[in-house]
Design a protein around this ligand. Structure first.
Ligand SMILES: [Zn+2]
Length: 551
C-alpha cells in the first residue's frame, strides 16, 4: 500500500534533513566534461577539474557533510510487530536504515539530535539494540575525498590497471571512467565501450561489453602446431562489430588518447610503455558471428554510498579481460557470453558522495520538495512499483519517485535490457549484509517459476564465493531473506525483461563498517565475488543447453 505524504511530515522532515544533510550549493550542476585521457595523464586531468572547482568554489568544496555524534544502532527485530513499528518510525521520521528491513538484525543510523527523542526511545525500549558504530564521523574523512586526492596525489609513474594495486583503494567517477577507457583501448577486439545513457546531471553511464573472438585462421594454425585447449570447440562466436550499436568508434578513441600525449610520443609507444608486461591481443578484425551471444549484465552503484560495488565490478571486468586466453574457464565463458559490465549506474549520486556527502544514497534528481532531492533508483523500477518497502515521501531514503522509471538510471538500464533482447543473467550489486538474492521482493505471495534454478545457482555462487575467503552469504528470494521491497531492479528484469537469472547481491560486510568498508577489504571482496560470478555463468552455460551452444 502506498504511503501518504502529510504537511506535518514535511515540517518534521525539514527539521531532520536540515541537520542530517547540509545542503551546499550544488557545484555539480555545472556540467563537467569527463573526457578520457590515459591513466597517468588522466590524473592530471582529474586534478585540473578539481583545481577549477577549488578555485571557483573554495568554500563549497570544503563543505563535506559531517556526522559527529551520529550512531548506527543494531536492532534485533524478532517479530512482525517490532518490524512494523520500526518501519513506521523510519517512514515518519525519515530515518536512514543502513540495512534492509527484516525480521533479524537491522542497522539504523540515528542523528545525535534524535538520540534521546521519543520515537527513538520507543524503538529501543521495544526492540533489543546494541551500538554498532558509536560515532560515525570517526569513520568518515573530514573533507571531500576528491579534495584529498587533489592535495595528496602526485602522478604515479607505476600506475597500471593490469595488476591488483588498483583495487587497494576506492576510485572516483573519473578514474573508473579512465579504467574503462584504458581497457577498451588496450583490448579493442575483446572490449567495447557501451553507453547506457546519461544521468540527470549529464554524466555518461558507461560500461564495457566483453566478448571473446575465436578466429578460424588461428585455429587451423594452432591445431597443426599444438593441441591448444581453447581451439577445441567447433563453433566460433566472434564479435559482430556491425551490430555493436553502443560501441565507440575506435579511431575516435585513439584520437582522444593521442591528444593527451606529450610531443614526440605516439599512441603505440605510450601503450607499450604502460602495458609492456601485459598480454597482447590480436588486432585483426574478427569476422561476423554465427550466433548472437547471450548477454550477462552486471552493474553496481544504484545506491551512491555503496562504494564497494563499483570497485568489485571493475575488478570482475579486469579479471575477465586479462583471463581471456589465459584461463580456460574464463575463455570458454567469454567465447559464449557477452559480459556487459557497468561499474556505476547512479553516477550523479556517486560523485556527490565523493564531493559533498559520504552517506548519500539516492540519485540527484529534483523532487516535489525542493530541499529533498533524489529518487531511490532501486525503488523506481516498473514492476510491482509503489508497494510496501518503498516510500512516497521525497524526503525518505527509499523514495520511489513520482512514477515508475522517473529515475534516469532505472529507465536507461531497463531500456538497455529490452533493446538487447538477449540478456540471460543480471546481477545488481549493492552493499552491505552479504546476501545473494533473487525475485521477488515486491509481492511476497509471488514465487518465480524458476525458483528452483535461481536458488540452486545462487547457492552454488555463494559456496564458490565462500571457498575463497570464508565469507558466508545468505541465499534466497528478497522476500525470504529480507522483507518486502517494491520497485526493485530484479523483479522487473525477471518478470518484464525476461532475464531468468536475475540477482541482487549485497556485498561485504555484515555491519562492522557498513558502507564505510575499509579499503583493505576491496581486493578480497573482489576475488571472492569473481568466484561467485564465474560459478553462476558456468552454471547457466551448462544448464541452458537448449540455446544451441555446443559443449
Ligand atoms: Zn543498495
Amino acid at each position: 500500500m502506498r504511503r501518504t505524504w502529510t504537511t506535518a511530515t514535511v515540517a518534521l522532515s525539514c527539521a531532520i534533513l536540515c541537520i542530517a544533510y547540509p545542503q551546499p550549493i550544488d557545484i555539480l550542476q555545472q556540467q563537467q566534461q569527463h573526457t578520457f585521457t590515459p591513466a597517468h595523464h588522466g590524473h592530471h586531468n582529474i586534478h585540473n577539474n578539481d583545481n577549477n572547482i577549488n578555485n571557483n568554489n573554495e568554500e563549497t568544496i570544503h563543505t563535506y557533510a559531517r556526522f559527529d555524534g551520529e550512531q548506527v544502532l543494531r536492532l534485533d527485530v524478532s517479530n512482525l510487530a517490532q518490524l512494523k513499528l520500526l518501519q513506521a518510525t523510519v517512514e515518519k521520521e525519515n530515518l536512514d536504515l543502513w540495512s534492509n528491513l527484516r525480521i533479524g538484525t537491522v542497522d539504523l543510523r540515528v542523528p545525535a539530535s534524535k538520540m534521546s527523542s521519543h520515537s527513538i526511545k520507543a524503538i529501543t525500549d521495544t526492540i533489543p539494540s546494541t551500538v554498532m558504530i558509536p560515532d560515525l564521523q570517526d569513520l568518515i574523512p573530514t573533507q571531500s575525498p576528491a579534495l584529498t586526492l587533489q592535495q595528496s596525489s602526485t602522478p604515479n609513474q607505476n600506475w597500471n590497471f593490469t595488476d591488483d594495486s588498483f583495487w587497494l583503494q576506492y576510485h572516483d567517477f573519473a578514474t573508473l571512467n579512465n579504467f574503462t577507457e584504458t581497457m577498451v583501448q588496450q583490448y579493442p577486439d575483446l572490449v567495447k565501450r557501451v553507453s547506457i545513457g546519461k544521468t540527470f546531471e549529464g554524466r555518461e553511464i558507461f560500461g564495457m561489453s566483453i566478448h571473446g573472438f575465436k578466429q578460424k585462421k588461428d585455429k587451423k594454425k594452432k591445431k597443426k602446431k599444438t593441441k591448444g585447449w581453447f581451439f577445441d570447440d567447433d563453433e566460433d562466436y566472434e564479435r559482430d562489430d556491425d551490430e555493436e550499436q553502443n560501441s565507440v568508434d575506435m579511431d575516435g578513441s585513439k584520437m582522444m588518447a593521442a591528444t593527451s600525449l606529450e610531443d614526440g610520443d605516439t599512441v603505440s609507444s605510450w601503450w607499450s610503455w604502460l602495458f609492456n608486461a601485459a598480454p597482447r591481443q590480436s588486432i585483426r578484425k574478427p569476422s561476423r558471428p554465427k550466433k548472437h551471444p547471450k548477454a550477462i549484465v552486471i552493474h553496481a552503484g544504484q545506491h551512491a554510498r555503496e562504494w564497494i560495488g563499483p570497485a568489485v565490478v571493475s575488478y570482475i571486468a579486469k579479471e575477465l579481460i586479462l583471463g581471456y586466453r589465459q584461463n580456460k574457464k574464463i575463455t570458454r565463458l567469454l567465447d559464449q557470453f557477452e559480459f556487459i559490465i557497468v561499474p556505476i549506474l547512479n553516477a550523479d549520486g556517486y560523485v556527490y558522495t565523493w564531493e559533498h556527502n559520504r552517506m548519500w544514497r539516492k540519485n540527484r534528481q529534483p523532487t516535489s520538495i525542493p530541499f529533498c532531492p533524489g529518487i531511490d533508483p532501486n525503488r523506481n523500477w516498473g514492476y510491482l512499483f509503489g508497494g510496501d518497502g518503498s516510500s512516497a515521501n521525497p524526503c525518505n531514503e527509499g523514495y520511489h519517485g513520482p512514477e515508475a522509471f522517473a529515475a534516469f538510471e532505472s529507465k536507461m538500464m531497463s531500456d538497455f535490457i529490452l533493446d538487447r533482447k538477449n540478456v540471460v543473467a543480471y546481477i545488481d550489486f549493492h552493499s552491505y549484509s552479504q546476501l545473494w538474492m533473487h525475485p521477488f521482493g515486491g509481492d511476497c505471495s509471488m514465487i518465480p517459476k524458476d525458483d528452483e534454478d535461481l536458488l540452486e545457482a545462487g547457492m552454488g555462487a555463494a559456496k564458490a564465493l565462500h571457498d575463497v575467503h570464508g565469507k558466508k552469504y545468505t541465499v534466497g528470494s528478497i522476500c525470504n531473506v529480507i522483507y518486502q521491497a517494491s520497485g526493485g531492479s530484479i523483479d522487473w528484469t525477471y518478470a518484464v525483461g525476461q532475464v531468468k537469472y536475475s540477482y541482487g547481491v549485497e556485498l561485504r560486510d555484515t555491519g562492522r563498517y557498513g558502507f564505510l568498508l575499509p579499503e583493505d577489504e576491496i581486493l578480497p571482496s573482489s576475488e571472492e565475488t569473481m568466484a561467485g560470478v564465474i560459478y553462476l555463468a558456468n552454471f547457466i552455460r551448462l544448464r541452458e543447453k537448449q540455446w544451441g551452444f555446443k559443449y
